[in-house]
Design a protein around this ligand. Structure first.
Ligand code: HEM
Length: 255
């Protein structure tokens, strides 16, 4: 997990700032037009742009170009993981419901996309061996580690690990940011990363991501409101993580 250690995450800071500026532009337009912001949607775009860049070095830029095909599959997989982990028995082994077939198709599509990215990264590393000293993203770092003698890391392990990073880095950070903004707006706060041997290795990245987004938001806008559609306290929605129910944010540009 060296790739997620504080010094490695710091190297990614410029890319993080660039992504937060894209979010700022999107929020500036909403503030000027006086329209509400679908907080979960925008924060998910922010976190997926960051995690896809860090993991694969690819610019999915969902903030400017809308949903990316990878994001659609990830949303289906995350919902499927949550559903299956709460099921009283493994019904999917016996019932081929439409949503289970959809889940299988998304897992296969993600695997195909990841395999292609692995092939591309391998080709690049072979063409430019000097890059092995300074891998530019998590995938390159894993491929270099895999080549060390006796590493025992094969393609399946690399694919599994990068897919885990993608999935672990999306809803977690965007959900925490949504809660954080909502609670700060109401003058309360909370922040959980687990403890012990399985403490979250993504915590430095997540905290940096959260701080950059908050710094950008508070330096540029005043938060006029963050509310649910009916104005009640948001309920926790059980998914891969516990996210707040859909929240709408209204911003005013600072003068
Ligand atoms: C605010 C955002 C995040 C929160 C609240 C969070 C929370 C957690 C928690 C509580 C665990 C421990 C689960 C357990 O006890 O078994 C965990 C594990 C993990 N997290 Fe995070 N996480 C966040 C962001 C991230 C990010 C951005 C990444 C990747 C880039 C990531 C990667 C992982 C991985 C790989 C594990 C499994 C570690 C292991 O089993 O050894 N997380 N996370």
């Amino acid at each position: 997990m060296a790739a997620l250690a504080p010094h490695a995450v710091k190297a990614y800071f410029p890319a993080l700032v660039a992504t937060s500026l894209r979010l700022r532009e999107r929020w500036r337009q909403a503030a000027q037009a006086g329209t509400g912001i679908a907080l979960a949607v925008d924060l998910k775009c922010y976190s997926i742009d960051i995690i896809a860049g860090l993991t694969f070095g690819i610019e999915v830029n969902t903030l400017e170009h809308g949903e990316h095909v990878l994001q659609r599959h990830m949303d289906i997989i995350l919902a499927g993981v949550a559903r299956r982990s709460m099921a009283p028995f493994p019904y999917w082994r016996y019932l081929r419901l439409a949503r289970e077939r959809e889940l299988d198709a998304s897992v296969a599509a993600l695997r195909t996309a990841v395999d292609q990215l692995i092939t591309d990264a391998r080709t690049l590393l072979e063409a430019e061996p000097a890059r092995r000293q300074h891998p530019a993203n998590l995938l390159q770092a894993m491929l270099c580690a895999a080549q060390e003698e006796g590493s025992g890391i094969d393609n399946n392990i690399v694919a599994g690990n990068v897919a885990t990073m993608l999935l672990a880095g999306e809803d977690t950070t965007s959900g925490t940011l949504a809660w954080l903004l909502y609670l700060l707006h109401r003058k309360q706060a909370a922040m959980p990363f687990g403890a012990g041997p399985r403490t979250c290795p993504g915590r430095y990245l997540a905290l940096l991501e959260i701080k950059v987004a908050c710094a950008m938001l508070l330096a540029t806008f005043d938060i006029a409101a963050i509310d649910t559609a009916d104005g009640r306290e948001p309920e926790e929605v059980m998914g891969f993580t516990m996210s707040p129910q859909a929240l709408q944010m209204r911003l005013r540009t600072r003068t």
